[in-house]
Design a protein around this ligand. Sequence first.
Ligand SMILES: CC(C)(COP(=O)(O)OP(=O)(O)OC[C@H]1O[C@@H](n2cnc3c(N)ncnc32)[C@H](O)[C@@H]1OP(=O)(O)O)[C@@H](O)C(=O)NCCC(=O)NCCS
Length: 186
Amino acid sequence: MRCVQVTGAQLGLREVTPADVAALHAIYGDPAATEHLPFNPRTPDEVSSMIDEARKEADAEPRRLYLLAATEPHDDRVIGVARLHIEADHPHSAEIGLGLRPDLWGRGLGTDLVRLILGFGFRQLRLHRIWGARSPANVPAQLAMLVAGMVEEGRVRHHVLTPTGYRDSIVHSAISDEWLGEQGQR
Ligand SMILES: CC(C)(COP(=O)(O)OP(=O)(O)OC[C@H]1O[C@@H](n2cnc3c(N)ncnc32)[C@H](O)[C@@H]1OP(=O)(O)O)[C@@H](O)C(=O)NCCC(=O)NCCS
């Protein structure tokens, strides 16, 4: 397995491990964090299975799934999660998802997490396009993706089936040369 390790100013990214169940459950098991996600809060067992599945997928060749723990940069405390999934039919393109522990929202960490996963995808994986789909009502995700340089592309009607019915998505994307060029100017 290729071990991912990325260090940013406010956050790091590394591979998830079975020891991360409680930290990831603090996100995926929290009703506030899953309010705009297309599933109900997960149980610790479900989070554990998700980690096991991701670790199996990490061994696939070519690798298409990266489930990464977002950590404090210097003490490895897990405070968030980022997921990058390369499309099988369009391997230049990947979808991202992210989540942070709710008590840490509103401090700019979400924006940093988007920047970190985009930088990883473009610089290390050499992807060309990275996109994310959010609920139309998810304002923090909208702002985090916009501030991190992801352009709003439009609305995909009935994109996901949630426990309460079909839900539209607003898709954001970044293109490698545009995004890397803009980052270089900052
Ligand atoms: C999306 C998420 C990662 C954003 O994290 P965050 O740390 O709060 O993001 P930031 O602090 O960088 O905030 C991003 C922007 O949203 C604004 N914001 C944050 N919370 C807000 C709220 N409740 N209402 C309105 N604006 C809000 C911030 O002010 C900031 O804008 P600014 O840069 O202009 O000041 C976080 O809300 C989360 O984990 N949500 C649950 C999972 C989820 O929805 N994931 C996204 C799926 S697409």
